[in-house]
Design a protein around this ligand. Sequence first.
Ligand SMILES: *Cc1c(COP(=O)(O)O)cnc(C)c1O
Length: 253
Amino acid sequence: MMERIVERVTAVHQRIEAAAARVGRNPAEITLVAVTKTWPPERVLAAYAVGLRHFGENRVEELAEKRPYLESHLGTDSAKSVTWHLIGTLQSRKTGLAAAHADVFHALDRLKIAHRLARDLAANGRAANPQFTLPIFLEVNVSGESTKSGFDCTRWEEDDEQTAVLCAAAAELSTLPGLSLAGLMTMAPWDAPPEEIRAVFRRTRQLAAHLQTDRALPTPLQLSMGMTDDFETAIEEGATHVRVGRALFGERP
Ligand SMILES: *Cc1c(COP(=O)(O)O)cnc(C)c1O
């Protein structure tokens, strides 16, 4: 099993480097988030052993189980080198678990969740560390698929109201103690033609650029986009975080 993981991880790194090279980007600015959802925690240990350090879970309960498992098997110092990404949307009654265990949150879809996270981070003491912030990606829906969650940005180029709502969310998020604005996250429709998928990523990058320049957001916005079937396209369109499961671990159990 280890050998398979080594091969798969190497292949994904090579594909990331090739995609970055095609558009003249430095591959070092791209974070590979290994999506371990549904895999047993031993699998995460095996992935750690071959050098992966960023792990992604879409359900907070699963993250909250695997993180302590890894910590108890690796020892605290090694475990500190691991970053846990919560990549799925969060229900408001589960913000406490996320505040306790997530290092990055990729799927903020409404401000209420941000307020609760700030409250829970204050309550559990993590926010008391001056070095600590929980980086947050705002999830944006630019494709218009009704199954997608996230801020409605399906017509942001024409609809100033959509960018205004997103911008207000970004600004308010930045004022909440313990949280910081990391950037935008999006998901491409899973069965769309390649040009359509590329357009989703491109429009998300343009939206981030618009927020930064026209609306004067201070921090550079990162882009969490791209999964097994489309991460190379996402990198060509500017992704800084790709969330990859099946290409690293095979079909999920
Ligand atoms: C499952 C999941 C991924 C990874 O999907 P793969 O197709 O296995 O690479 C990425 N992002 C989110 C939000 C997911 O839920």
